[in-house]
Design a protein. Structure first.
Length: 263
């Protein structure tokens, strides 16, 4: 009995020792999983950004005002602005979306449809939240799987890349992630001293558009239950910020829209 007990005790000790030793290993570093994931995301981001790059607007009188809004939201919320890659694209669709590796795409149609800079700020904050909460890669892995994503960065699957880029620009996340991004956007706006209520106004207004107009309102039409979203944004925003102040000012905002109308 003593021998059996000793053998059993020895096995338990060995198991605990092995378990403790294994816990000391940084497996993410050991297998370089994190580095590989970052490399994959960077390659995917470049691939998708290139698809929209042919229509990108680089003029400083267009990009600088939007960049000012993004930079203000980032700096007041402790977000590394240098890692966010802003792309303003000439496209009539009312749309903005996030791509892998912190690429943020804003269509000119969205800027022209927004009635003020606070409405645009709400949408930018929403997409920035998707980036910061890693929703983009989670969606891609869930929809396509790592094997397909890796093959896309290995020189093949041109059509798959284009279709995936289209999916990212025209398909909403699930309701839980959309709500999370909405709430986070309100938090961003409050810390940036930007009134969040206009973000809800934007959703209310666009959701009321007629069906024949809605086809060009990509951002709103691909985000279901817009009225419900606007209502919980209003509820969450209530009493969180008194006043607020613009980043650009009315004159600069109107100049931005006038410049886009010239295109």
């Amino acid at each position: 009995m003593k021998k059996i007990f000793f053998q059993g005790f020895s096995l338990v000790v060995l198991f605990l020792a092995a378990w403790f030793a294994l816990r000391q290993v940084d497996w993410m570093t050991f297998f370089k999983v994190e580095q590989a994931t970052e490399s994959l995301e960077e390659k995917l981001g470049d691939l998708f950004a290139d698809i929209f790059g042919k229509d990108e607007l680089y003029s400083s009188d267009i990009k600088a005002p939007v960049d000012s809004i993004l930079t203000h939201i980032c700096t007041t919320n402790g977000i590394d602005r240098d890692k966010i890659k802003l792309h303003i694209v000439a496209n009539d669709e009312v749309n903005a979306f996030a791509l892998p590796d912190k690429h943020l795409v804003v269509f000119s149609g969205l800027i022209l449809t927004a009635e003020n800079e606070a409405e645009l700020s709400g949408v930018i904050g929403h997409e920035l939240a998707h980036i910061q909460l890693d929703h983009v890669m989670k969606k891609l892995v869930k929809e396509l799987g790592l094997t397909v994503l890796i093959s896309m960065t290995s020189g093949g699957g041109g059509e798959v890349i284009r279709e995936t880029a289209k999916m990212l620009s025209s398909t909403a996340f699930d309701r839980e992630l959309e709500r999370e991004a909405d709430i986070k956007s309100v938090d961003y706006m409050v810390k940036a001293d930007i009134r969040p209520e206009p973000f809800a106004d934007f959703l209310f207004r666009l959701s009321a558009k007629q069906p024949d107009i809605l086809k060009n309102l990509t951002w709103i039409s691909t985000h279901p239950e817009s009225k419900e979203r606007a209502e919980y944004i209003i509820e969450y925003s209530r009493g969180r910020l008194d006043g607020g102040k613009p980043v650009l000012g009315q004159e600069a905002w109107e100049a931005l829209q006038a410049r886009l109308n010239e295109l």
